[in-house]
Write a protein that binds this ligand. Structure first.
Ligand code: ADP
Ligand code: MG
Length: 294
């Protein structure tokens, strides 16, 4: 997707893309210097970059000056005890917090170098590009086919053959096609919980996102359905950058390339997942990943 595609008027480039490269490099150096060396990510590989992101609900600062770089085609797990700000941070990546009265954000959040809090950003385009999958599967009370076709149709895709092709493509990508190809006109609500969650992932894929955000996507599912979602995440990362909140340490260790540990609104540590689980720098991280937190 082009740099300007989130803007109403393509001529008005984001501040970031207008800055000369030398300044970008200096800026990146400043950001990277606060992150552990092991997770330094080059500009070209960075999809999501947070710079000192704080989010407030009224006077309460729910997340505090989070700076992080998330690379392309990686799965990044956000872990930490309830209430530490994982969902708040996740929602800030597609500006869903904007919908919460009294919620405000400071700092900068860039996707592909573009500040998504720039007033010129087209929010509809942003949310197409940054898909979100919730804990509880939430298919529309429509047919399986319509769940996928609905968004693209709103975007102006109307040809029956094109829609058919897209529906099949997304269902295949979400590893659901074989299970539902003979019942596309049945209600999505008749699917099992695990199938509904894969349908919600297929629906998110239909708007051709670059980033998928998942907030505890398997915590309402049985172990077999959970395994299918984990396999799917592994498949999808070749095409997308995925940020997943999980309470399941084994899951974080299995599916993610990088892990960020949040505690009381701060990001305590961020590193390669193997390091976070075997040799973390911070004592709190170690206590948390080994289940000794308290
Ligand atoms: P987590 O996902 O890690 O459990 P959250 O991001 O949901 O944490 O919450 C972080 C903090 O922000 C908590 O103190 C929570 O009570 C508060 N919070 C979350 N959502 C809202 C909201 N809509 N209004 C007010 N406070 C909220
Ligand atoms: Mg949460």
């Amino acid at each position: 997707m082009s740099q300007a595609s989130l803007l109403h008027r393509p001529v008005v480039r984001s501040v970031q893309s207008a800055i000369p490269t030398a300044v970008n490099a200096a800026e990146s150096a400043a950001v990277l210097s606060v992150a552990p060396a092991a997770v330094a990510v080059s500009d070209a590989d960075t999809v999501i970059r947070a710079k000192g992101v704080s989010v407030f609900y009224g006077a309460h600062e729910a997340i505090k000056a989070i700076s992080v770089t998330m690379p392309r085609n990686n799965v990044i797990a956000l872990i930490g005890p309830s209430g530490c700000g994982k969902s708040t941070f996740l929602r800030s990546i597609n500006r869903l917090n904007d919908l919460i009265p009294g919620c405000r954000m400071t700092g900068e959040l860039l996707i592909e170098g573009q500040n998504i809090y720039d007033p010129k950003i087209d929010l509809v385009a942003l949310r197409r590009r940054v898909g979100l999958v919730f804990q509880k599967p939430n298919p529309f009370p429509k047919t399986i086919y319509e769940n996928i076709a609905y968004g693209p149709r709103l975007q102006g895709l109307n040809g029956r053959a094109q829609l058919d092709e897209l529906v099949e493509h997304c269902l295949r990508k979400a590893a659901l096609w074989e299970e539902v190809k003979d019942r596309l006109t049945s209600s999505a609500l008749g699917l099992s919980g695990g199938q509904q969650q894969r349908l919600c992932i297929a629906r998110a894929l239909a708007t051709k996102p670059d980033v998928l955000l998942m907030d505890e996507p398997a915590s309402a599912l049985d172990p077999i359905a959970t395994g299918k979602i984990e396999d799917l995440i592994q498949e999808l990362k070749s095409s997308y950058t995925i940020v997943i909140v999980t309470h399941n340490m084994q899951q974080a260790a299995r599916v993610s390339d990088r892990t960020a540990f949040f505690y009381m609104g701060t990001m305590v540590e961020y590193d390669r997942t193997d390091i976070m689980f075997t040799n973390p720098t911070n004592k709190q991280t170690e206590d948390y990943v080994t289940g000794r937190f308290g």
